[in-house]
Design a protein around this ligand. Structure first.
Ligand SMILES: Cc1cc2nc3c(=O)[nH]c(=O)nc-3n(C[C@H](O)[C@H](O)[C@H](O)COP(=O)(O)OP(=O)(O)OC[C@H]3O[C@@H](n4cnc5c(N)ncnc54)[C@H](O)[C@@H]3O)c2cc1C
Length: 369
């Protein structure tokens, strides 16, 4: 069987890696659009503190985090060590005491079923600042040692590289789909068909565009995120934990003295690939309010990504009704770097006719109207 994967963000890269691992013949095509979400995403893997409570979405979010350890081990066994992954832990903080207590209750309830979260502890403000020194002096924290951060640029590149090492083909191109009876056919940018028995569309925020000629009214739209990268010259930040202030903003750190503050969630900006004054102001204001010790950091870049946002929070995963050879993975929204590797492995199982690790009926794509 020959499987064509359209889109090599975290989701397509994972599907390719898992299919190639099973010996399936795979071709991956990726246009790498400006604003590809996987290139901009923060990389927090910590499902246990979120305020969002939708059970179907949370099941997928938690399964995504649980999946990571095995994925990282598997990639390392294949010689892929540059993954930007670290179990650095997370500090959950809140300015409001009632909000902090609610978060503590939520985390305690959720980690009961998640040994990978580690032993959760309440830290005093001084203890929290030994782990994340720029933090404000008055914030207690809930410490979740099993939380992680990942550089999704490195991880997705590693999954594609590993797939290619196992025989997959990769090409940079913009492709289109057309309908032929009850099957989809894929054309490259020269109009030449790319032969495939099965097609998987993992095209992120651009999925609605490629699916439209098939008569599919796909509900996913771009949600713009602006995310700020700072440098603290000479400071060893590699082991700093993620900071989750129970708002839509957060902080995390990487190896190269880099601290990241995220992110805006802009629902009506379309594919507007620009850093805006309001976006920068919002993110820096939220970050410096929680971590004033970052005030003197160097502002090195602001990344922009378009989250693939559906009508509900749930990802959309599975075979497309009415089109015999088409499988869709999309709608990962703000949790895609957590959910993506697990979801990609599920797409690989769908296409090869294996049972999925959790039932996917609740996440099924819509068919042709
Ligand atoms: C600022 C920001 C912060 C985030 N932080 C986190 C976080 O901390 N934790 C977390 O879990 N998630 C986070 N996310 C969410 C996460 O980044 C996304 O959900 C995830 O990256 C989506 O992956 P994807 O593979 O579906 O899409 P993408 O990464 O967007 O990849 C889609 C790919 O498909 C290609 N494509 C589309 N159409 C075509 C075509 N016709 N031909 C060829 N190629 C095509 C595109 O060029 C692109 O490369 C964040 C997102 C943003 C924007």
């Amino acid at each position: 069987m020959r499987v064509l994967i359209i889109g090599a963000g975290i989701l397509g890269a994972s599907a390719a890696y898992h299919l190639a691992s099973q010996g399936v013949e795979v071709e991956i095509v990726d246009e790498a659009h400006q604003g590809k979400a996987t290139m901009a995403g923060a990389g927090i893997v910590c499902p246990w503190a979120t305020k969002a409570d939708e059970p179907d979405w949370y099941r997928m979010y938690a399964a995504g985090a649980r999946f990571y350890d095995g994925l990282i081990e598997g990639l390392k066994a294949k010689g892929e060590t540059d993954l930007g992954y670290g179990k650095v832990g997370a500090l959950v903080v809140a300015e409001d005491r009632a909000e902090f207590d609610a978060a503590a209750e939520r985390v305690a309830r959720r980690v009961k079923d998640a040994p990978e979260a580690g032993t959760v502890r309440h830290l005093t403000p001084a203890e929290a600042r030994t782990l994340f020194p720029p933090l404000r002096e008055d914030l207690d924290a809930i410490h979740i040692p099993g939380a992680a951060r990942v550089d999704a640029r490195l991880l997705s590149a590693a999954m594609v590289r590993a797939a290619v090492a196992m025989g997959a083909k990769f090409r940079s191109d913009y492709v289109t789909l057309k309908l032929d009876g009850d099957r989809a056919r894929c054309l490259d940018s020269n109009g030449t068909e790319i032969a495939a028995d099965e097609i998987i569309v993992t095209a992120g925020a651009w999925a609605s565009q490629i699916l439209r000629p098939l008569g599919l009214d796909h509900p996913v739209v771009p949600q713009k995120g602006q995310i700020v990268h700072l440098r603290l010259p000479g400071v060893a930040t590699a082991k700093w934990p993620v900071v989750l202030p129970m708002s839509s903003h957060y902080m995390l750190a990487f190896d190269d003295s880099r601290v990241v503050i995220g992110a805006t969630r802009e629902n009506n900006s379309g594919f507007d690939y620009r850093v805006t004054a309001a976006g920068e102001y919002e993110v820096l204001g939220a970050g410096l309010n929680i971590a004033p010790g970052l005030a003197n950091a160097t502002l090195i870049e602001t990344r922009i990504g378009f989250r693939p946002a559906g009508e509900t929070m749930n990802p959309i995963l599975g075979r497309v009704p009415g089109i015999a050879n088409l499988t869709l993975g999309n709608g990962l929204g703000a949790g895609g770097l957590t959910i993506g590797p697990f979801a990609g492995a599920q797409l690989a199982r769908v296409v090869t006719g294996q049972a999925t690790d959790i039932p996917l009926d609740r996440y099924a794509p819509q068919g042709r109207g």
